[in-house]
Design a protein around this ligand. Structure first.
Ligand SMILES: [Zn+2]
Length: 344
């Protein structure tokens, strides 16, 4: 079960044992069929030599198998629960899939079989005439079958267990970095102290998905003749006003209906208030970013709390790939969260 030193050692041992037991079973069949204790034929002498070989071979394999049962019990009880979530004890480890208990039962039921054979073998060896040969060899084949079943179920337990453990680990990391808990965490602890940057990978996916499905408001600042609400991911790479073809398109929040009015007012050369002026300046900056960087600028401006100043800093940076790009946005959003909680 599971790529772990204990288990690899067990598997190698078991594979060797299967090979030896296969040979032993084959020869046992021969001995059972052709054994003639009274005759002194060449075949009988050959078979007698083979009984020594098989007896000691099976003996060693069974000793190994009995030891491995204890290793298995130890592994299941002490070693694996740490790897499997919710498995505090052996029963949790065994129920990780449907193969756990059958595996344990096969191992336990095989013990009397092995013990009977070893006992018979012991009696047989202590008598000069080997009274239990060839009868004891009838046990070799069921032993072989038990052994193979044990081996095969172990493989299934292993494969299925590995898959489950992967799922558990994936679940765990999601739990630790739930997107809902992030802003709260950020308020309690300054960014990146609790959470290492490496862990941000799945988080980047979440943020990418969220930003790309944000609906934003676009306004033609050049002619003040168009405004529309668009979802970021549906936008073409270069943005143009559908009315006048201008590329000076300003980005605003979806709910921001004032911007269009202010731009129209400016277009009519009316005097803006100080506040309106500021809004217009920001809009102009964001429009020039959209003109220069197209959709990419809109993605940056659609991030939470990222205004034209921060956006232009991000857009001027040399960014190698998509994940680096979204990592920058994540950083900017966290910075915003952090300073906002400070100023609020
Ligand atoms: Zn226009």
């Amino acid at each position: 079960m599971f790529a772990d030193h204990w288990i690899i050692a067990q598997l190698i041992g078991q594979a060797c044992s299967i090979f030896l037991l296969a040979i032993a079973s084959w020869i046992s069949l021969n001995i059972i069929r052709k054994w003639e204790p009274v005759s002194a034929t060449e075949l009988q002498i050959k078979l007698e030599r083979q009984t020594y070989l098989i007896s000691s071979l099976v003996r060693y394999v069974l000793f190994f198998q009995i030891i491995s049962l204890f290793v298995f019990l130890f592994t299941v009880n002490n070693h694996l629960p740490g790897l499997i979530r919710g498995a505090m004890c052996a029963s949790g480890t065994l129920t990780v899939n449907t193969y756990g208990y059958p595996l344990l039962f096969i191992k336990i039921f095989a013990i009397p079989l092995y013990a009977t054979y070893l006992f018979m073998d012991h009696l047989d060896q202590s008598e000069a005439e080997y009274p239990l040969t060839p009868h004891k060899f009838w046990f070799v084949i069921p032993i072989f079958i038990m052994y193979i079943s044990d081996f095969i179920i172990t493989q299934y337990y292993d494969e299925d267990g590995k898959r489950k453990i992967k799922i558990e680990i994936a679940k765990k990391s999601e739990e630790n970095y739930s997107p809902l808990s992030l802003p709260i965490l950020d308020k309690i602890v300054p960014h990146n102290i609790l959470r290492p940057i490496v862990k941000d990978k799945s988080l980047l996916e979440i943020i990418r998905e969220r930003i790309l499905s944000t609906a934003i408001r676009l306004v033609c600042i050049y002619n003040a003749d168009w405004e529309g609400i668009r979802v970021v991911k549906n936008l073409p790479d270069s943005i143009k006003c559908p009315e006048c073809g201008s590329t000076l398109i300003s980005v605003a929040y979806r709910g921001d209906s004032d911007l269009y009015k202010i731009i129209k007012k400016k277009k009519k050369l009316k005097k803006l208030t100080k506040e309106e002026s500021e809004i217009w300046n920001r809009a102009w900056k964001s429009a020039s970013l959209v003109q220069n960087y197209g959709k990419k600028a809109i993605i940056v401006l659609a991030s939470r709390g990222v205004g034209p100043t921060v956006a232009s800093r991000i857009l001027r940076k040399f960014i190698r790939n998509d994940s680096e790009f979204f990592k920058e946005l994540l950083k900017a959003e966290r910075e915003y969260q952090r300073t906002r909680s400070f100023w609020d």
